[in-house]
Design a protein around this ligand. Sequence first.
Ligand SMILES: NC(=O)c1ccc[n+]([C@@H]2O[C@H](COP(=O)([O-])OP(=O)(O)OC[C@H]3O[C@@H](n4cnc5c(N)ncnc54)[C@H](OP(=O)(O)O)[C@@H]3O)[C@@H](O)[C@H]2O)c1
Length: 348
Amino acid sequence: MIKIGIVGASGYVGGELLRLLSNHENVEIKYATSNSHKNEKISRIHPDLYGLTDLRFSDRTPMEVAQDVDLIFLALPHGTSIKYVPDLIETGVNIIDMSADFRLKDPEKYPEWYGFEHNYPDLLKKFIYGMPELHRDQIKNAKYIATPGCIASSSIYSIAPFLSLSLNDNIINVDAKVGSSGSGSGLDESKIFSERFNSIRAYKPVHHRHTPEIEQELKYVSNKDIKIALSAHSVNMVRGILTTSSIYAMDDEIKLWSLLRDFYGNEKFVRLMMDKKSNYKYPDPKIVIGSNFADIGFAIDKYIKRIVSFGAIDNMIKGAAGNAIQSMNIMYKFNEYESLIMPSLFPV
Ligand SMILES: NC(=O)c1ccc[n+]([C@@H]2O[C@H](COP(=O)([O-])OP(=O)(O)OC[C@H]3O[C@@H](n4cnc5c(N)ncnc54)[C@H](OP(=O)(O)O)[C@@H]3O)[C@@H](O)[C@H]2O)c1
């Protein structure tokens, strides 16, 4: 049994960690911190846990939490974890950071994509990118995990297997459609119901922050310098992401399925959507909501000579808390699937 603390537990990702970990047989949730809800029952903010726990939010600082736990999850906005991590590391606590502060290996990317100087290049080397399907062996020996971004996860899962093909262009276009929970629980005018409902908003048509982490991981997989042209839209869903990517390469359908099968082997949480008679012949967020699955599929465009690949995930599970818990299970040599094997909610 390990003791854990969740910092930033009043947010959406913190809530998802609480929900999934509440049934984990090797984990005791010792602290769930919130500055704005000190001493309140966590079920007031996360009503899905009503009647299931008496835990209350604590206003302990991350350093105070670290004194008393084996592992700390930081579910904080980007640019915030970096203020705590250097001191936390001195305490010996293990860390799983949900933000982008330790995802990129190259510190020089931070000013351009995140607007701050990263002054801890040595710490960037110590963090492992928490995508089990790509980094399982490193995660086994890790103390520090940087959990991938949600759009990044869907993109990487659905593009990486195709990169062994010969590419006619090193630019890959990614169109991302994202549910409202992807931007967290913080309030701003653009999120109020009358503005958000029925809208398909191109909220980040260019220069999305997840671009460099997708490029970094695709380089890791293929050794190719891919450029990602990412446009992100918020759509009329609460949870879920669909990424549609144009990869300028060609092969026949059988060869492409076998590429995917070879790449993912027995990975439990990556599903290949091959049933052409199903209503869901291509990945669709609707059928992954509430689960830790990443659904992958593709169409072949012979006219343009491109593969249109699709990835669908629940942004808060395979795109955040699910990959974090899967990484934790690997780090601690627990059953890798503990807390994570469940079908999606259907229909939602
Ligand atoms: N939402 C997603 O789908 C998703 C997916 C992948 C990764 N992520 C990443 O996960 C992290 C958390 O995202 P989220 O969606 O849960 O955001 P969120 O709903 O806005 O929650 C963030 C929480 O952090 C706390 N907080 C804010 N500023 C703080 C500070 N300076 N010091 C300490 N605590 C602070 C807040 O709690 P109090 O004010 O109550 O303390 C808040 O509840 C972000 O880095 C995000 O990019 C999110």
